[in-house]
Write a protein that binds this ligand. Structure first.
Ligand code: SPV
Ligand code: MG
Length: 288
């Protein structure tokens, strides 16, 4: 079964599924190893790993290239964070064509302007017009190479402070334009706006959330509200900053590496994660 089909099934099965962010091939392997059934190729995390900000400082082809490395490293579906589409409908067509051709399972497109700014940065978050955004959703659906490739419409109406009613109006238009699911994003700490949105949405199509700020909301409540995909959006990237800062500081302080050695992954772990044994086995079949 293709990755796109697997992801579509899990989106539509009515059960809540946690998916975790990865931002390169190595983090993707760790996500897969932990037993997750799919990966969120996070714009924020990929940009951070590239050393740039999450406001389209990296080009779309740079981000797609990283998503391709993630795809090559694992055997689980990838939902690609397509920001606001990297331009207009025509940029969306190029990105979707390339992603779906490569075997990425789906894209999330948000209704912000280009260049976008990360949703958690304070300040005005201007939204695109409904008509322009619906054109992007239609363009995405019309240019995919795999009929199971999923197009998720993400509304930032709550992030922009427009309220649940405005979010519902936008979501209805995006649903009619052909979105396979609605990503309702929020930065509330109690998640009540998302739960209210879900109650009124009434399971018209599956919901996707990234509860970064409302992580204490019980999964069962989100599932009852129609949430199918629960994105843990940035935790592998944040974990790596935390761990790398600690190691860099310790080595600098000690002026040496002996104290830190037992606190970090051994080289054996690195070789095992990247499956060096498989290469040995292949050499036995194909020669050196
Ligand atoms: C991302 O992971 O890049 C997202 C989710 O878009 S968030 O940063 O929470 O907006
Ligand atoms: Mg993003």
């Amino acid at each position: 079964m293709s990755y796109a089909k697997r992801f579509r099934r899990s989106l539509l099965d009515g059960k809540l599924e946690l998916i975790l962010e990865a931002h390169n091939g190595m983090s993707a392997r760790i996500v897969e190893e932990a037993g997750f059934s799919a990966i969120w190729a996070s714009g924020l995390s990929i940009a951070s790993a590239l050393g740039v900000r999450d406001c389209n400082e990296a080009s779309w082809s740079q981000i797609v290239e990283v998503a391709q490395s993630i795809h090559d490293a694992v055997s689980i579906p990838i939902l690609f964070d397509g920001d606001s589409g990297f331009g207009n409908f025509n940029n969306v067509r190029h990105v979707v064509k390339r992603l779906s051709h490569y075997g990425i399972a789906g894209i999330s497109l948000e209704d912000k302007l280009f260049p976008k700014m990360n949703s958690f940065i304070a300040g005005a978050q201007a939204l695109s017009s409904v008509d322009e955004y619906c054109g992007k959703i239609k363009a995405a659906q019309d240019s995919k190479c795999d009929c199971n490739f999923t197009v998720i419409a993400r509304t930032e109406a709550l992030i922009a402070g427009l309220g649940v009613e405005a979010a519902l109006k936008r979501a209805e238009c995006y649903h009619e334009a052909g979105a396979d699911g609605i990503f309702i994003h929020s930065k509330a700490v109690d998640g009540l706006d998302v739960l209210e949105f879900g109650r009124q949405w009434g399971k018209r199509s599956p919901l996707v959330v990234a509860p970064t700020t409302y992580m204490d909301t019980p999964l069962a409540l989100l599932e009852q509200a129609g949430v199918s995909i629960y994105i843990c959006a940035n935790h592998m990237m944040r974990a790596s900053i935390h761990a790398m800062r600690k190691v860099a500081g310790q080595i600098r302080k000690d002026n040496g590496i002996s104290a830190i050695d037992s606190d970090i992954s051994s080289l054996e772990e690195v070789f095992s994660l990247l499956d060096y044994d498989e290469l040995k086995a292949a050499e036995r079949i194909y020669g050196q």
